[in-house]
Design a protein around this ligand. Structure first.
Ligand SMILES: Nc1ncnc2c1ncn2[C@@H]1O[C@H](COP(=O)(O)OP(=O)(O)OP(=O)(O)O)[C@@H](O)[C@H]1O
Ligand SMILES: [Mg+2]
Length: 243
């Protein structure tokens, strides 16, 4: 555990180099990024107009899609060097995703949706054990911090959108992955919950030494972060953004 933390600090959480991505069938590249790094533990706010490629970049960082050229590395590991199965396992161990559409399993309870992240990752379970806690206890703790305690037993399909968003956050955070990637995670929350959500995300990332890549249109949230990155400036493709 300690060795893993030290190793994670020595290499960037995310490394993107000479990377180009074009969606299948598209006439033009969506993204062309010469260099982009997120340091271990760094909190980055990613902005850019609708259609500029923010979600696409997060999918590349997650290894969900692979670039046609260049490299994307997580904690020093180039994702394209892993087989599809190994990439899935690597993602489960090292990345927590909060998606724009939360991707909860509707028939599972909030608790089981949160625990799913641990079921697929022995590494996450081992990190919890090293802290003297269990997946169940940690799910309870996160749920209580996110004001989800009363709905933990309810199927995700019966939760409000804001509750689903918080379940997705707890699922990303449980077991302390080194990188949390969040795509518009506060869009469905009221102002008070938005603040509580950001506080929780930042606290948990700080405690775990996790880096945070956070996408939002809401520039009022930017001051919580170490750095603001504008994708239109980062991307060498002149996109017809904002359509
Ligand atoms: N699955 C896909 N297949 C083909 N093209 C796609 C796909 N997903 C996104 N695109 C295209 O890639 C470009 C960038 O889309 P992306 O979803 O990354 O933008 P975004 O910045 O996340 O926008 P928003 O702020 O609206 O979420 C758009 O032109 C979009 O049409
Ligand atoms: Mg998007």
């Amino acid at each position: 555990m300690q060795r893993e933390t030290l190793a994670a600090q020595a290499v960037p959480a995310v490394g993107v180099a000479a990377m180009r991505y074009r969606w299948p069938g598209a006439a033009d590249d969506c993204l062309s990024i010469e260099q982009f790094e997120i340091e271990a533990g760094e909190r980055v706010f990613l902005r850019g107009p609708s259609g500029s490629g923010k979600t696409t970049l997060l999918s590349l960082v997650g290894g969900v899609i692979l670039p046609q050229a260049g490299t994307v590395s997580i904690a020093g590991q180039p994702l394209a060097q892993l087989s599809a199965g190994a990439r899935d396992r690597f993602r489960a161990d090292h990345l927590g995703f909060v998606f724009q559409l939360f991707n909860l399993l509707p028939y599972l309870s909030a608790r089981d949706n949160i625990l799913l992240a641990c079921r697929f990752s022995a590494t996450r379970r081992a990190r919890l054990a090293a802290r003297g806690t269990s997946a169940d206890a940690e799910a309870e703790r996160l749920a209580s911090r996110l004001e989800l305690g009363a709905v933990l037993h309810r199927p995700a399909a019966e939760l409000s959108v804001g509750q689903q968003q918080r379940v997705a956050a707890a699922r990303a955070l449980i077991g302390q992955p080194g990188l949390i990637v969040a795509d518009e995670p506060t869009s469905a929350l009221d102002a008070d919950r938005q603040q509580a959500f950001i506080d929780l995300l930042l606290d948990e990332c700080a405690e775990a030494g996790a880096a945070l890549l956070f996408v939002s249109h809401d520039l009022r949230l930017a001051h919580h972060f170490d750095r603001v990155v504008d994708l239109v400036q980062l991307n060498r493709v002149v996109a017809e953004a904002g359509a």
